[in-house]
Design a protein around this ligand. Structure first.
Ligand SMILES: Cc1ncc(COP(=O)(O)O)c(C=O)c1O
Length: 369
């Protein structure tokens, strides 16, 4: 079996760990350990009898619940089969509207899949340079990269905030300044819901002013439901109507739509998640930092990117074989290679197991030059 490009490939990892997928302790996929919320399983059970009919193609209830959550009109919302489906339509829009599309590197690998599908000319802006991580002045690097003779208006940007895999949170003012100049700006906020409202840097509030701005959201990570496949785009209705015409009328199934209505309205679950993440991420960060040879990057999301002095793929193999613990190697992030791994924030007990396993395995691996 070839090395997976996404985290969470439990079948691949279990074969190396020689256990069943259920026995693995999975840090590779950045999914909250708290969910899915009870409200979601109840909603799915209640909706089951409706599977005999096609879903409402207008997704009125789901769009209404999302609209209420973000305090915007439901005309500004298009649900999709995960943010991944909506990325496909974003890429099609880039192919029709942009001479060149900028993305930050490293980045979520599915962006390349979507952009390649429509042959979008793409330029990567490296965040990791010879002088280290450029996580503050990425916007200046992007502006400097516009080729001579090309106008920003004719270029697109595909951004992710908070950024996967670094966990960096970009200031919304930086994003706004770019959206004022560039043609089409897609901001993937798949991890933004992990920030409580007072820390959020979402740009949803500007979608009403800016017809070239699209925000993508996902219910996968925060509500622990990657298997449900649910995300949504927020943009002006003309953009969403165009995307809607390109795709099949029922991309979101009835059970996913019901799950989404319940999840997005579950305020107690949201507060519980924000409380959990604050204390748990501090604990995991401190534990990783204390291990010789590891350097985690500060993160605003529910995962840490960790620089290491050993081969991260060898570390992954050893953690699987000796401890049935699955970390995410970063081989699919072209800019990172074998000196980085990524781990999700989980429970204090799971962190203790990971930290003990790392303390056991790290000394047995050779330091790479
Ligand atoms: C940055 C980012 N955006 C989007 C997605 C896809 O989310 P979904 O499960 O909603 O398709 C992921 C999944 O890993 C991601 O990391």
């Amino acid at each position: 079996m070839s090395r997976p490009v996404h985290g969470g490939n439990l079948v691949w990892a279990a074969a190396i760990a020689r256990c069943s997928p259920r026995e693995l302790l999975d840090f590779s996929a950045s999914i909250s350990p708290l969910g899915p919320p009870h409200s979601v399983s109840e909603a799915i059970q209640a909706a089951f009898s409706s599977v005999v009919a096609y879903p409402d193609p207008a997704y009125g209830s789901l769009r209404g619940a999302i609209a209420q959550h973000h305090q915007i009109s439901s005309d500004y919302i298009l649900p999709g089969n995960g943010a991944a489906e909506l990325l496909t339509w974003a890429a099609r829009d880039f192919s029709e509207q942009a001479q060149l599309c900028f993305q930050l590197s490293p980045n979520f690998s599915d962006y390349d899949r979507a952009l390649r599908a429509f042959n979008v000319p793409t330029q990567n802006i490296p965040l990791l340079t010879a002088s280290g991580w450029q996580l503050q002045n990425w916007d200046r690097l992007l502006l400097k990269a516009i080729p001579k003779g090309m106008k920003a208006r004719n270029c697109g940007i595909l951004l992710n905030n908070p950024h996967n895999p670094t966990g960096a949170l970009f200031a919304k003012a930086q994003v706004r300044a770019l959206a004022d100049q560039f043609g089409l700006v897609i901001v993937d906020e798949a991890f933004m819901d992990f920030l409580p409202p007072e820390r959020s840097q979402s740009v949803i509030e500007w979608v009403g002013d800016l017809p070239n701005l699209v925000v993508l959201r996902s219910l996968t990570k925060f509500y622990s439901m990657p298997g449900i496949r649910l995300g949504y785009a927020i943009a002006q209705p003309s953009v969403l109507q165009r995307w809607q015409q390109w795709r099949d009328p029922w991309s979101v199934n009835t059970l996913a739509a019901a799950a989404g209505v319940a999840a997005i309205a579950d305020a107690p679950f949201q507060t519980k998640t924000w409380d959990w993440l604050k204390t748990s991420s501090e604990q995991l960060f401190a534990g990783l930092q204390a291990l010789p040879g590891l350097a985690p990057l500060p993160s605003s999301a529910n995962f840490f990117l960790v620089a290491c002095q050993v081969s991260a793929t060898a570390l992954q193999q050893q953690l699987l074989a000796r401890h049935q613990i699955y970390i995410r190697d970063c081989m699919s992030f072209a800019a990172l290679g074998d000196r980085y791994f990524r781990v999700a924030v989980k429970t204090p007990e799971d962190h203790q197991r990971l930290l003990a396993a790392l303390a056991d395995v790290l000394p047995s691996l050779p330091i790479c030059s």
